[in-house]
Design a protein around this ligand. Structure first.
Ligand SMILES: Nc1ncnc2c1ncn2[C@@H]1O[C@H](COP(=O)(O)OP(=O)(O)OP(=O)(O)O)[C@@H](O)[C@H]1O
Ligand code: SF4
Ligand SMILES: [Mg+2]
Length: 365
């Protein structure tokens, strides 16, 4: 049965850049939902299309061809004039980036910048906006917020600057927050504090969050659902517990295997996935992961030929029709959302869903 409509619904998203060497299809056939008050983790290697996806949701691509549908609370954003998108950015959806320094103006105090953001969107008087800015700094755990509002970005540490960015993103009380690698520049202790802060704010405000990261540890900490991207497409989508317990796609298994384990001896090298990400300029006809895939390498000649020539569709344990709890992958509608609303899907001809793994004689973890 269909649940409540998700806040963000992305269907068949495509983003293509025209380059001197030809079109680069950076995101292809991507569909996902983010329900109210939930966190979707988008994970993948460098170049897999995570940032291009988030910028497409925010309507921030200039000069790229964006196709498909991005609906926020049922309102289509693709093709919306800039003036209307500007109104939604900040108030309904906000974004925080990896490097807060590049997003903060060095000549204005952080209080002025947060207050200005509030004034632009709500038309509030200067004193009210300033008070809201101080409140916002307090909410994200900045000590002595009244005094620190009068300081400049360079007077804040990296972690505190990231808190300022979160305060700026949330001061207009958006429904959707997109965080693109918000903690990778921070040391692990500060990273943990920022992730805990985001998780707390997400719960308190029933925010919908898209957390973009290349770090599965971050996903495990904050996400309810996970979308694994490879070469601009969805490789696997699942609730976070299912993804970690039974990764169905060989790429996801490779990512999990490359995580350091507590019982590893100190001198064991990290197990990186061999090879490099696919070219998006001239994509090969079959599965984009085929040249790096351990499952394909261990398969029969016939299986390898299939991987090399036939692009796998995103499907559930019973094949593509079983994706998304009964829906058809990529099809519009809440229950048709592949994977993200409780289903588990993977784009692999030989996806190892638990039931299939048992049938093949392998043990599901
Ligand atoms: N303006 C552009 N013109 C051409 N290609 C682009 C442009 N922006 C991004 N791309 C390409 O799109 C692909 C996806 O880029 P994206 O920035 O989304 O990767 P990412 O997953 O965010 O990686 P990272 O983890 O390094 O941030 C890359 O191959 C990139 O080169
Ligand atoms: S379709 Fe083939 S190459 Fe692609 S992930 Fe599955 S087994 Fe590997
Ligand atoms: Mg990125």
């Amino acid at each position: 049965m269909a649940g409540p409509a998700p806040l963000l619904s992305v269907r068949d998203l495509g983003v293509t850049f025209a380059t001197p060497r030809g079109p680069v299809r950076a995101v292809d056939s991507l569909s996902f939902d983010v329900p109210h008050g939930r966190t979707l983790g988008i994970v993948g290697e460098s170049g897999s299309g995570k940032s291009v996806t988030s910028l497409a949701v925010m309507g921030l691509h200039t000069g790229a061809e964006v196709t498909g549908s991005v609906a926020l609370d049922g309102r289509e954003l693709v093709g919306l004039p800039d003036r209307e998108l500007n109104r939604l950015r900040g108030r309904r959806m906000a974004m925080i980036f990896q490097d807060p320094l590049s997003s903060l103006h060095p000549y204005y105090t952080v209080g002025e910048q947060i207050a200005e953001h509030h004034r632009v969107h709500f038309g509030t008087r200067r004193a009210v906006a300033r008070a809201r800015a101080v409140e916002a700094l307090a909410e994200v755990g900045i000590p002595e917020p009244g005094r620190r509002a009068g300081e400049y970005p360079h007077q804040f540490s990296g972690g505190m600057r990231q808190r300022v960015m979160i305060a700026m993103a949330l001061v207009c009380e958006p429904d959707l927050l997109i965080a693109d690698e918000p903690t990778t520049a921070l040391d692990v202790t500060v990273q943990a504090q920022i992730l805990d802060l985001l998780a707390r704010l997400q719960q308190e405000r029933r925010l919908s969050v898209v957390m973009i990261t290349h770090d599965l540890g971050v996903v495990a900490r904050v996400a309810h659902e996970v979308l694994v991207m490879y070469g601009g497409r969805a490789a696997e989508q699942a609730p976070v517990e299912a993804l970690f317990a039974s990764p169905a796609h060989p790429y996801t298994r490779g990512l999990l295997d490359s995580l350091p384990r507590l019982d590893d001896p100190d001198d064991v090298p990290l197990r990186a996935i061999p090879g490099s990400p696919p070219s998006l300029l001239d994509p090969a006809p079959g599965c984009a992961f085929a040249p790096r895939c351990a499952r394909a390498a261990a398969g029969t000649e016939e299986e390898r030929a299939r991987c090399a020539t036939e692009r796998p569709a995103l499907g559930g344990a019973g094949g593509p029709e079983a994706a998304g709890g009964g829906g058809v992958p990529g099809a519009p509608g809440v229950s048709g959302a592949p994977g993200v609303l409780g289903g588990h899907t993977a784009a692999c001809h030989f996806a190892a869903f638990p039931a299939v793994a048992a049938h093949e004689g392998t043990t599901a973890p």
